[in-house]
Design a protein around this ligand. Structure first.
Ligand SMILES: Nc1nc2c(c(=O)[nH]1)N[C@H]1C(S)=C(S)[C@@H](COP(=O)(O)O)O[C@H]1N2
Ligand SMILES: [Mo]
Length: 196
């Protein structure tokens, strides 16, 4: 039997040593946080001319976009053909004046969880803050009400329950990065652990 072009195309979308799953595994450290939308906000701070904060109502007023992508978890699963709805990072930060010395971003989630990435990667046109996955609101275990989605890096960079975006001059390690994961995490180069 020959492989159809669709199958071949899908195979080329899976990074080395990843297996495709049709499920949606749940992975995180600690418990699913209880979030109250009344007190929820998203803050931008660090190396910006002016700090900014959106309430949930304000966040919903931002332009909402639907994107399609594949995601790759460092534990070895990839999930193809996801649809996400939310706000593109570029749209969110359109009016935020980031200081020129900012080179890195720290994403802050509920309960102090963090992950770091280069500013350039966060600002890619494919990065977003998502409210919905495959047409449904995120479930609490997948990051409700809002999670980052940075599909070109391993999925641990996609902070669930995101609440803050910090701009930094120097790179600092986030939670998993301090615990042995790679600083950058390119799935195509298999940058899984700090020593890879
Ligand atoms: N706040 C928070 N976000 C997180 C994590 C976490 O522990 N806390 N784990 C990361 C890891 S290791 C992965 S693989 C993905 C898993 O997302 P999922 O549970 O929706 O599949 O979330 C990432 N985002
Ligand atoms: Mo992960």
């Amino acid at each position: 039997m020959t492989m159809g072009s669709d199958e071949r195309n899908k195979r080329d979308r899976v990074p080395p040593n990843q297996r495709v799953t049709t499920g949606f595994p749940v992975l995180h450290y600690g418990d699913v946080p209880k979030v109250d939308l009344e007190n929820w906000d998203l803050r931008v701070f660090g190396l910006v001319e002016e700090e900014k904060r959106w309430t949930w109502e304000e966040f919903l007023q931002l332009p909402q976009t639907t994107v399609h992508n594949d995601i790759h978890c460092v534990t070895g699963w990839s999930k193809l053909d996801n649809t996400w709805e939310g706000v593109l990072v570029r749209d969110l930060l359109k009016d935020v004046k980031i200081k020129p010395e900012a080179r890195y971003v720290m994403l802050h989630a509920e309960e102090g969880w963090t992950t770091n990435l280069p500013l350039e990667d966060f600002m890619r046109e494919t990065s977003l803050l998502a409210r919905k996955h495959n047409g449904e609101e995120l479930t609490p275990d997948h990051g409700w009400p809002l999670r980052a989605v940075v599909p070109h890096l391993y999925f641990w960079k996609s902070a669930k329950w995101v609440r803050g975006i910090e701009f930094m001059k120097e790179d600092r390690e986030g939670f998993w990065e301090r615990n042995g994961y790679h600083r950058y995490g390119d799935p195509w180069k298999e940058q899984r652990f700090a020593w890879d």
